[in-house]
Ligand binder design. Structure first.
Ligand code: F0G
Length: 458
């Protein structure tokens, strides 16, 4: 029997959710063009589309909302947030943004010129999209094991240090305005990166004079994995681990909608004063004045409080145990998952679930559609729809190595019985997996097509 750690909280406010019939869901899918982003959330029973902005805020955060200071400039919540970010992340400067991609847009718009390269262990779709939108070239250098859904590695999100250095030499450091690492590696199974690897990545970037930025969305989960798995860190506090991780970097982009436990919010932080000034100017144009950056004062307060709660050890222990509980149950039912389970999600390996569906018919998207039809569960496609791209030289479609269905767990939202239901539905689908049908794209956009594409059943 899989272990389950009881929640370190109880429920004070409830939100009703609705179960629909199979016939209703078949109709909803047809209207939505078989794209789950087009399905109204009220028609979803268990929503595992994302862990982004979908968490439940605490009583402390809701109380903080009432302390929002809505002054245009210099609101008190900005100073509370500044103090929090300085304590946890340690960077000299920061700018609030409405979410993670707001921070990416500001950063890349001041640093990236057309034709320049931005390496990462694995870019998330918005970082990839924001770099491409500036004419830049995103590249991924995760360790080879990171592409293998069955191999166990404690830090499967690690950068391939040798490959990174070869790449830098090939394209020339002068063509790399910044280098990144994503913790945890969302596009590669939510896998953590070790402290040693963050240190080595920083060392390589810095040796070539390249500024190093961390995509920090799930830094707290990453810190928890370091404490659990990396020798020498068991007795360190999560705050100490977080501080050490960021001490190696020159800045970070953060979507606080993840480990900041808020429904909206993010920031860009850095040490370089000149870069800060340029970014602040861009922020004022695009997001807002630097002391609010596209957010209300109350949002800044919820973020300042959420950042601390996201680092709480009792919360993280429960959080990671919940993910592992779901993974254990799926494994017991014979369902192929990306091993080991990540921090924020369990990723079902669609290649092995529906081997009869070829890459051009989007195995992971097909499985997402089948999962909604079967049980009103919404999951996220992390495969060819989100990540296939045309090779800039040949114009050919290049498909990603992984086809995954991400069962993403919103923070502090679903209970054990909700997860048991998810397992029951997936197990039923596994029994009739040969009936799952592939999909064909009938409409798409140049960037971030997973949000907009429409499909037809094959
Ligand atoms: N970086 C990573 C690693 C992410 O996972 C996300 C968002 C972002 C950047 C962008 O942040 O959404 O606040 O603009 N990931 C969400 C997801 C959307 O579902 O994985 P954002």
């Amino acid at each position: 029997m899989a272990e389950f750690l009881p929640e370190p909280f109880r429920i004070k406010v409830v939100e009703p959710i609705k179960q629909t019939s199979r016939e209703e869901r078949a109709h909803i899918l047809e209207v939505a063009g078989y794209n789950l982003f087009n399905v109204p959330a009220e028609e979803v029973y268990i929503d595992l589309l994302t862990d982004s902005g979908t968490g439940a805020m605490s009583q402390e955060q809701w109380a903080g909302i009432m302390l929002g200071d809505e002054s245009y400039a210099g609101c008190r919540n900005y100073f509370h947030l500044a103090e929090t970010i300085r304590s946890i992340f340690g960077f000299h400067y920061f700018l609030p943004t409405h979410q993670g991609r707001g921070a990416e847009n500001i950063l890349f718009s001041v640093l990236v010129k057309p034709g320049q390269h931005v390496p990462n262990n694995m870019h998330f779709d918005t970082t990839m999209g924001n770099i491409l939108a500036r004419g830049g070239r995103p590249s991924n250098h995760v360790i080879v094991t990171g592409h293998d859904p069955t191999a166990w590695h404690p830090f499967k999100g690690n950068m391939d240090i040798a490959a990174l250095e070869t790449f830098i030499r090939q394209v020339g450091a002068e063509n790399i305005p910044l280098g990144m690492i994503t913790i945890t590696n969302n596009s590669g199974g939510g896998q953590p990166v070790s402290m040693e690897n963050i240190r080595q990545t920083a060392e390589v970037y810095h040796r070539y004079g390249i500024p190093f930025f961390i995509d920090a969305c799930r830094y707290a989960e990453n810190a928890y994995f370091i404490k659990q798995r990396e020798p020498g860190y068991a007795d360190k506090s999560l705050l100490e681990i977080a501080r050490e991780m960021f001490s190696y970097a020159d800045g970070c982009t953060m979507s606080a909608k993840k480990d900041g436990l808020v429904n909206i919010g993010g920031f860009l932080a850095m040490n370089d004063e000149t870069l800060y000034q340029k970014a602040a100017q861009e922020l004022t144009l695009r997001e807002g004045f630097p002391t609010y950056g596209g957010l209300a004062g109350r949002d800044l307060e919820a973020m300042a409080r959420g950042l601390w709660e996201g680092l709480d050890e009792a919360y993280l222990r429960y959080r990671i145990a919940q993910t592992h509980y779901l993974a254990d149950q799926l494994r017991e039912n014979g369902i192929p998952i990306f091993e080991p389970p990540g921090g924020h999600a369990v990723y079902v390996d669609a290649r092995r679930f529906v081997p009869h569906i070829p890459a051009e018919q989007f195995p992971a998207q097909s499985l997402c559609v089948a999962l909604y039809l079967e049980g009103g569960i919404r999951a996220a496609e992390i495969g060819g729809v989100a990540f296939a791209h045309r090779d800039p030289e040949t114009g050919e479609w290049v498909y990603p190595s992984l086809e995954l269905v991400r069962l993403t767990l919103p923070r502090r939202v679903y209970t054990q019985s909700h997860l048991d239901y998810v397992v029951r539905i997936l197990a039923a689908l596994w029994q009739k997996r040969d009936q799952v049908r592939g999909l064909q794209i009938v409409y798409q956009t140049p960037y971030l097509r997973h949000f907009t594409a429409r499909f037809a059943l094959m």
